[in-house]
Design a protein around this ligand. Sequence first.
Ligand code: DP6
Length: 319
Amino acid sequence: MKATAIAPANIAFIKYWGKKDDALRLPLNASISMNLSSAYTTTTVEFSKEYNTDLVEGAFTPKEIQRIIAHLERIRGRAGVTLKARVMTKNSFPKGAGIASSASGFAALTVAAAGALGLKLSEKELSILARLGSGSACRSIPDGFVEWEEGQSSETSFARSIYPADHWDLRDIVCLVTSKQKDVGSSSGMENVKTSPLLDKRLAAIPGRIAKMKEALKIKNIQLLGEVIEEDCLDMHAVMQSQTPPLNYWTDETRQIMDAVRQWRKEGLSVYFTIDAGPNVHLICEGKDEKEVVRKITEIGGVREVIINKPAKGALLVY
Ligand code: DP6
């Protein structure tokens, strides 16, 4: 009873920040993302009566291990088994790179564990199950460009593909910055979202942004897409920064890259930034501009590494 799955991380173009139900991980708003080709998790899960406890291998904190075991419990519950499991996980990107390892991690864990137990689940059911492990993980199940509809219940809150990975040759060039910001994970960071006076305004703007983004994806308009991406990124960070206690994920390098991107646009390069719960900056552009963007990044100090991503397929059971 063993299976291996690969799942991509994803970058949110419209962000998930805040839950309306903590236990069910129901989001306050819908979100849209793109799966990432160079940032993925490979997970093997083996259930066996040989194990009398769950064994989670890898560099996880006790809290992370608890969360992984709680997810195994959920999947065992679904299958009606009590067998313990061994979990082996490998990321294609360094942990702490500021790429949401919880999205690829819980998507891969869900697909591998369900596969090992022989559960025949639809993409929708897998997305719902992955969401219970980590919200953004539900978006790493379907192919390519994905929308997570917020839903009003567990059954109605899942992600589906809007367009396959080969719909549009976009890039997400992740700039890993040198200075380290104090870590506040997204789960705990978003617990205080309702203390922000800016939250309601952001939530009211989301449906309009979702509509604009879908239009941008449909007509493949990088300018329209990029404008909405930046607007929602800045709005989410304004919410974070106005929470009590305030949550600031940016460093000097983050701001420097944001300024540079704005300058490059003035010079005619169509590139836009977005930032998650960390200091690293994701640069979104079309494939034709990849080389020029990468060249320009090397001119800025403070970038330690770049990871170049194309749109990718969703989670896959590999064997
Ligand atoms: C800023 O999915 O990590 O990356 O549901 O508590 O596990 P939990 O949160 P998580 O939050 C991701 C937040 C974000 C924005 C996004 O990916 O949409």
